[in-house]
Design a protein. Structure first.
Length: 255
């Protein structure tokens, strides 16, 4: 969340104003808008099949880079043999060493981006290796925080609860293009992937300050410049002293 503060003086009184943007994440609605087709629901017609072997261009939004062999990603749908999706009815399963699934998205300098995704073992491979590596690379500059992570949930995707959510956050120092990539390093095992998202905190701008200031009122001027792809609530704080970033230090609020 992000809060901006502004103070104005009128006569002998001083009015402090603050505005807060608060993201409300709930279930699949929390998916940010940086990732396209994060749950892999868009793709080829399955034709009633439990899975289809797919190559680059088959899954909208995603780049598939197979190894030199003929084993590519499997695009899977809910079924009794291979398990169920975490979100919707489809999910992805890499099947060979160093296959990758990636997507590019723009990033801004100084903003924190949080990557979230769900991983499990394919139901029929329960008890096997399932390592999947997630990473973020930047076309320019560098990033603080975390830019790679290993997921190895030991549970099979026989039910919704067996999927485990993994997440990491990074902050770029330059405006550039980021690439989120998932790689299957071992070539053995049955990892499955679903519900990928990249979200940013909401951002507000009230640099214009207040207008129509009187001894007992003022109009707050602010803009919600970004929702970060999340349902967002804007809260206003005011008082005779600046409460900073501590909600309880403000005298009044519309919350």
């Amino acid at each position: 969340m992000k809060r901006n503060r502004h103070s104005v003086t009128r006569g002998t009184g001083r009015l402090a104003l603050g505005i807060l943007a608060l993201a409300l994440a709930a279930g699949s609605e929390s998916r940010g808008d940086a990732i396209t087709n994060g749950s892999f629901e868009q793709g080829p017609n399955m034709g009633g099949a439990a899975w289809l072997q797919v190559t680059n261009g088959a899954i909208p939004g995603w780049t598939i880079a197979p190894s030199p062999d003929t084993y590519y990603y499997w695009h899977m749908t809910n079924n009794a043999t291979y398990g169920i999706a975490q979100d919707g009815s489809r999910f992805m399963n890499p099947t060979f060493t160093n296959e990758s699934l990636s997507q590019d998205f723009p990033v801004e300098a100084g903003r924190t981006y949080t990557v979230r995704y769900y991983e499990a073992i394919r139901q029929d491979g329960f008890g096997s290796s399932d390592t999947l590596v997630a990473s973020v690379s930047l076309a320019a500059g560098s990033a603080s925080g975390t830019t790679n992570q290993v997921a190895n949930n030991p549970l099979g995707n026989s039910n919704f609860a067996s999927w485990v959510q993994y997440s990491f956050s990074f902050t770029p120092d330059s405006p550039t293009t980021a690439t989120l990539k998932f790689v299957f390093p071992s070539g053995s095992g049955y990892p499955v992937l679903d519900n990928v998202s990249v979200a940013t905190p909401p951002s507000v701008d009230n640099d214009g300050g207040a207008s129509n200031v009187t001894w007992n009122s003022a109009s707050m001027n602010g803009n919600l410049t970004s929702t970060g792809g999340l349902p967002t609530t804007v809260i206003l704080y005011w008082g005779l002293t600046d409460g900073g970033t501590t909600n309880s230090n403000w005298s009044y609020t519309n919350d």
